[in-house]
Ligand binder design. Structure first.
Ligand code: ADP
Length: 460
């Protein structure tokens, strides 16, 4: 069942329920009122007859019957009968005296004094009058023809108006439900045309106010993020293949050159050295790509230990100095750290080491004196590591892009690199719930600042 039909159905059910309840109340109230009113009229008749019989002694019964008939013509099939204590008829408003009033009813009247009951379709009012010369039991019966006709008419009116009302409710329900859900159907149609190649498409956001418009706005935002992710992936792949192709092409041409003519041994030596350098570059690049891919695909850290940040800083420094002995990396501590407090964080030691090594390497690589100053500080909740150099710096307009994969600032192109290091650093910091900031001035130098949350127990 579609939502439209379900809403229309539920709406109609509620309205029909209310209508039926109201109709029943009206019908029952009318019927009760009619019955009570008719019993009252029968009571009046019965009391009048008793009054005549007990108070006007010289009244002829035939005369009373005539008066009765003349005054009681308003009631259909009415009979008034008076019985003595032996159930003998003393008076009857009709000629035939044989109207059977069950003895049980007469007994009930004598016991209860007043009885209002039904005898088949007829309403019966019974009255016990013991006050005269002899106790009388009066029974007045009649059929409320006009009341029943009114009731039948009311029944017909209620049934037809109920059917009409319910039909109208169903029709209007379907119409309004369809109208309210039309924007959703429109969105549905638009969404069904979106695929991986048409992520630039956007949904109509309507009035930007109601719930459906909010849905469209949120969906458009998701589309925007998806499109961005797809584009990033596309540029990432094309950059990666471009970066891999360059050293591979160099490798191939050197191999072709060495195969073309026999060469002296020292030239082979030279070519093999070049081949080794190119292979190193390829290994370096693929390693970086692998690390980036791995860090990107994990939403949170797999390994989490307490890591002493100062130890990792020294390990990263030693590793870098091993590969580049001419680099200089000075490490300084804030007073708190120097006084024996170990700055410690929760995370993956290998990843943290890789991140720091990257930053130290950049600082040395991009500065003429190949020197980096590392400063460690901490407060109650965070550890801060800043890496400063006095190198080539980064132009302000290029600063926002340096964390994008494969981005390299113009002034860095003459140096080795692929533009992957900082994107890896950023991802590692994010995985450790920290942040990375940079301040830089061209020709003056740069400072990269890492802020990581401290792990609770920070003891020496
Ligand atoms: P790579 O150093 O291999 O090019 P990175 O991702 O580490 O890649 O850095 C991206 C870019 O950011 C660099 O190409 C360079 O333009 C800039 N950069 C990073 N660190 C520094 C620095 N210490 N000084 C100047 N520029 C830097």
């Amino acid at each position: 069942m579609t939502i439209r039909n379900r809403i229309a159905f539920q709406f109609s059910l509620i309205v029909a329920g209310i209508l039926i309840c109201y109709s029943l109340i009206i019908y029952v109230r009318s019927d009760t009122y009619r019955q009570t009113e008719f019993f009252d009229r029968l009571e009046q008749r019965a009391r009048t007859v008793v009054r005549f019989l007990t108070q006007v002694e010289e009244l002829d019964r035939n005369l009373l019957r005539i008066i009765d008939r003349k005054t009681l013509i308003t009631l259909y099939d009415q009979k008034v009968m008076v019985f003595d204590s032996g159930n003998r008829i003393l008076y009857s408003s009709i000629d035939e005296d044989s109207v059977a009033i069950p003895v049980s009813i007469l007994e009930q009247i004598r016991q209860e004094k007043i009885v209002r009951t039904w005898m088949g379709e007829q309403q019966l009012f019974g009255l016990y009058a013991p006050e005269g010369p002899q106790p009388l039991t009066v029974v007045a019966t009649a059929y409320d023809r006009s009341g029943q006709a009114e009731l039948r008419n009311l029944r017909r009116t209620i049934v037809w108006s109920l059917l009409g009302g319910i039909g109208l409710t169903v029709g209007l329900g379907v119409l309004f439900a369809g109208q309210s859900l039309r924007p959703i159907s429109r969105i549905n149609k638009q969404v069904s045309t979106i695929n991986a190649r048409s992520l630039q498409q956007r949904l109509d956001e309507g009035n930007r106010q109601d719930e459906v418009a909010q849905l469209a706005i949120n969906f458009n935002q998701v589309l925007g993020r998806l499109q961005q992710a797809f584009e990033q992936q596309r540029t990432f792949i094309s950059h990666a293949s471009h970066e891999l192709r360059t050293p591979l092409a160099a490798l191939k041409s050197e191999l072709q050159l060495s195969l073309r003519h026999p060469l002296p041994a020292d030239q082979y030596q030279h070519i093999l050295r070049n081949l080794t350098d190119d292979t190193d570059r390829i290994i370096d690049l693929t390693n970086s790509l692998l690390v980036l891919a791995r860090t990107l695909e994990t939403p949170k850290l797999q390994v989490q230990h307490i890591v002493l940040l100062d130890d990792v800083i020294f390990m990263a420094r030693d590793e870098l100095l091993n590969a580049h002995p001419h680099y200089r990396i000075d490490v300084r501590f804030s007073d708190l750290v120097a006084s024996g407090e170990h700055p410690q964080v929760r995370g993956d030691e290998l990843l943290l080491r890789r991140m720091l090594l990257n930053l130290f390497d950049n600082a040395c690589k991009y500065s003429a004196d190949q020197r980096a100053l590392v400063y460690i500080a901490q407060d109650r909740n965070t550890c801060r590591v800043s890496v400063t150099d006095e190198g080539i710096g980064i132009a302000a307009d290029q600063l926002p892009q340096i964390f994008d994969p494969f981005y390299r600032a113009d002034n860095a192109r003459s140096h080795d690199g692929y533009g992957l290091g900082l994107s890896i650093c950023k991802r590692i910091v994010e995985l450790h719930n920290g942040r990375i900031d940079v301040t830089s001035q061209p020709e003056k130098g740069s400072t990269f600042i890492i802020v990581l949350p401290t792990s609770p127990t920070s003891t020496f």
